[in-house]
Ligand binder design. Structure first.
Ligand SMILES: NC(=O)c1ccc[n+]([C@@H]2O[C@H](COP(=O)([O-])OP(=O)(O)OC[C@H]3O[C@@H](n4cnc5c(N)ncnc54)[C@H](O)[C@@H]3O)[C@@H](O)[C@H]2O)c1
Length: 269
């Protein structure tokens, strides 16, 4: 195993169960020498199996609803105490659309649901960064990542209002990346991941079909969560110090494709 994060301290949001992308990022970070704190919304802590992961990673779990500033302040404060100093990296792996969950069509959105989903999936990233900056909780040259999806750039009808949430999330990485970069050399990026079989992923209508479609379109096939975790570890490491304000595709080549031979032959049959 590599030691890319030896001596580094991090906070990982969003590990719900073993399928979660954040679960793999936590395991890979610790395997690469990092000390971490895990966090998730209080309800998710009750429903999920995060304590199993905490045991494996020999780390603590601090509940935080990422939409609540007081929870984020408490999380950052406690993390700095537990980890004995500022954090070097943070993973924001949070997404939820109430409209998707309640099966509302994009042309018949409930705006209260939309605002709740936006707060959780996108605005929480700004809240996290702003709170961290005010508390000076991230070390110089730290690295912050959020997970995104290509529906921010191209239309995937069943992704619904999550498309706008991901566009906003990616924009925050650019805008905050400027300010945090100037202030503390902290870098902020989003990783645009292939469709992945997780609780959030499979909540999207027709997910199996577009998982298979992306698999056929991508020359390398869909990127799985373990490979995503390895990519995140690299982006947390000192090997990527000059990368910031980017949306980085981790998708087996999907984003550069128009059509593939496999998709053509599946349509011919
Ligand atoms: N699965 C995919 O196909 C896919 C593809 C690209 C990007 N992503 C993104 O990856 C990220 C992680 O999703 P996942 O697929 O691992 O699914 P997941 O369901 O395992 O993770 C989503 C997490 O968000 C957490 N969350 C929800 N509301 C919260 C709140 N108020 N405060 C704090 N945490 C909250 C959940 O508890 C859960 O742990 C999301 O941003 C998702 O949009 C997923």
């Amino acid at each position: 195993m590599n030691n890319l994060l030896k001596g580094k301290k991090g906070i990982i949001f969003g590990a719900l169960d073993e399928k979660s992308i954040a679960w793999k990022v936590a395991e890979e970070s610790v395997a690469n020498g990092a000390n971490i704190v895990l966090t998730n919304a209080p309800t998710a802590l009750r429903l999920g199996s995060i304590n199993k992961l905490a045991e494996k990673c020999n780390c603590e779990v601090i509940p935080a609803d990422a939409t609540k500033i007081e929870d984020l302040e408490n999380l950052l404060d406690k993390s700095m105490k537990i980890l004995n100093g500022k954090v070097d990296f943070i993973l924001h792996s949070i997404g939820m659309s109430v409209n998707v969950r309640k099966k509302r069509h994009y042309t018949d959105l409930n705006y209260d649901y939309l605002i709740k989903g936006f707060d959780i999936s996108a605005l929480s990233f700004h809240k996290l960064l702003q709170t961290a900056m005010k508390m000076d909780a991230i070390s110089d040259w730290g690295s912050v990542l959020a997970l995104s999806y290509i529906a921010a750039q191209k239309t995937f009808p069943s992704y619904n209002d999550m498309a706008e949430n991901k566009s906003y999330l990616e924009s925050i990485a650019r805008s905050f990346g400027y300010h945090y970069g100037k202030d503390k050399r902290v870098r902020i990026n989003t990783v645009s991941q292939s469709p992945t079989m997780t609780t959030a992923g499979s909540g999207v209508k027709g997910f199996d079909t577009f998982f298979n479609y992306a698999e056929k379109m991508s020359p390398l096939g869909n990127a799985d969560s373990l490979n995503c975790a390895k990519f995140c570890v690299m982006l947390f490491s000192d090997y990527t110090r000059m990368i910031t304000m980017q949306n980085l595709y981790h998708d087996g080549g999907f984003s550069s494709m128009g059509i593939s031979d496999e998709v053509i032959s599946s349509l011919e049959n």
